[in-house]
Ligand binder design. Structure first.
Ligand code: SAH
Length: 410
């Protein structure tokens, strides 16, 4: 599919139109929230092209912020500055990307053979842009038309700063891309593509990553430190890693954690193959991998009276929106209840949710419900989030999506 990104003159970085807010709708934006929904817009003064710079103003003419326009998206304006002096020009994008890359160095995530998220959208004041580094390669994911129309500047900047061997563009999730009116095909945008999987280091382990075909941008970097944390509880235990994808938790528990054995399960045969390969790569002979549906497998294990010393649950996003929250919470309840039934006394539950619309409080309430219905106490040991290369803007808590609770079940 050809890219359908409008050509906009991005040179000056000064507004071509003013978006006027309805009365009493400016507060979140004075609070630096970057998303202006269509429902907040009173009128558009001017005729901005999609991707063009616009100013946001109150109905009585007060400047609120400066952002980029998209008439196709419900998210009409993404704000990138909150003062009228800042131009949204190439120099600004370069400076923001540079600051983001510098932060990862500060975090100690600059091992050339390692992997890190270099740009995390709103968390780095670059709403709609995600950049992951896997060794010598970068995967760029653009989830906003605003960023798509500046892709050249972004890639040039990354090339200069990081000097990767290749930069691959990964399309946004299908639903999201449609909402933004974005049609970006996955493709190589700079340098050369790796011939096969890329191998990266993570806390002393090695993982093969399929950049072109893997889920997300190829790997779940957000769980890096949680895999490491979970491994600290694994020693001598029989571990069940449900929703294993490429086997991150399995390998961490088996090798770093010295688990007795690991059963890794994923419904995707491709994922199971990756998990097996990663177990082999790290010499973890005690990891068995199965392709199965988690709900069915959990029921089958319960029916067979199996017991584990540790259960890891890292399901995909169950809630796509607030509307599906109740269904999602029921699904979380169901798998966690099953996990409780599988845990031997003193067992460890590592339970995650990457649904942004399920709050931390909702998730903990769900666990309280599981303890009640399962008639077993749950001791919370660690309530964790994404690794620090996934910073969250305090003004846009929608970015705080990952919950990872490590608990003990006496
Ligand atoms: N724990 C992994 C990431 C898991 S992502 C890591 O650390 O890398 C969620 C995984 O759940 C995906 O691999 C997806 O294929 C799998 N999945 C989705 N629905 C499933 C189901 N019903 N049963 C089992 N696995 C499922």
């Amino acid at each position: 599919m050809p890219d359908a990104v409008p050509h906009v003159d991005t040179g000056e970085g000064l507004p071509t139109a003013t978006i006027v807010l309805k009365p009493k709708r400016a507060r979140p934006f004075f609070g630096r929230h970057p998303w202006v929904l269509d429902s907040a817009v009173l009128r558009v003064d001017g005729a901005p092209a999609d991707g063009a710079v616009v100013d946001l103003a109150t109905h009585d003419g007060q400047f609120v912020g400066r952002g980029l326009w998209n008439s196709t998206s419900r998210l009409r304006v993404r704000l990138y500055a909150f003062d009228a002096a800042t131009k949204l020009d190439d120099a600004l994008w370069q400076a923001r990307i540079e600051a983001a890359v510098r932060l990862r160095r500060t975090l100690g995530l600059d091992d050339p053979a390692g992997a890190a998220r270099l740009v995390n959208s709103e968390g780095d004041d670059l709403s709609g842009l995600i950049v992951d580094r896997y060794g010598d390669y970068l995967a760029v994911q653009v989830t906003a038309l605003a960023m798509a129309s500046r892709l050249d500047t972004i890639c040039d900047t990354l090339q200069t700063l990081v000097a990767p061997r290749g930069i691959l563009l990964r399309g946004a999730e299908r639903g999201l891309a449609k909402l933004e009116g974005l049609h970006l095909a996955d493709r190589l945008v700079r340098g050369s593509a790796p011939a096969g999987p890329i191998f990266v280091h993570e806390h002393g382990l090695r993982f093969g990553i399929d950049l072109a075909e893997g889920q997300k941008t190829g790997y779940y970097l957000d769980q890096r430190d949680n895999r490491h944390a979970a491994a600290r509880y694994a020693q001598g235990r029989r571990v069940l890693d449900m929703f294993c994808y490429s086997g991150g938790f399995s390998v961490a528990c088996a090798v770093a954690g010295r688990a007795a054995s690991v059963l890794a399960v994923d419904s995707s045969a491709k994922a199971a193959t990756l998990a097996k390969a990663n177990a082999d790569l790290n010499g973890a002979a005690n990891v068995a991998v199965e392709t199965a549906d988690a709900f069915e497998k959990l029921d089958a294990l319960l029916a067979a009276g199996e017991r584990f010393g540790m259960v890891v649950l890292d399901p995909p996003k169950f809630a796509r929106s607030r509307a599906s929250l109740d269904d999602a919470l029921r699904a979380y309840h169901r798998i966690n209840r099953a996990a409780l039934g599988l845990l031997e006394p003193g067992g460890i539950l590592v339970t995650c949710s990457c649904s942004g619309s399920v709050s931390r409080e909702d998730f903990l309430q769900m666990l309280a419900g599981v303890a009640q219905r399962g008639r077993r106490p749950i001791q919370l040991l660690e309530c964790r989030g994404a690794a620090p290369d996934h910073p969250v803007s305090a003004s846009c808590l929608e970015g705080e999506y990952l919950k990872c609770v490590i608990a003990r079940v006496p």
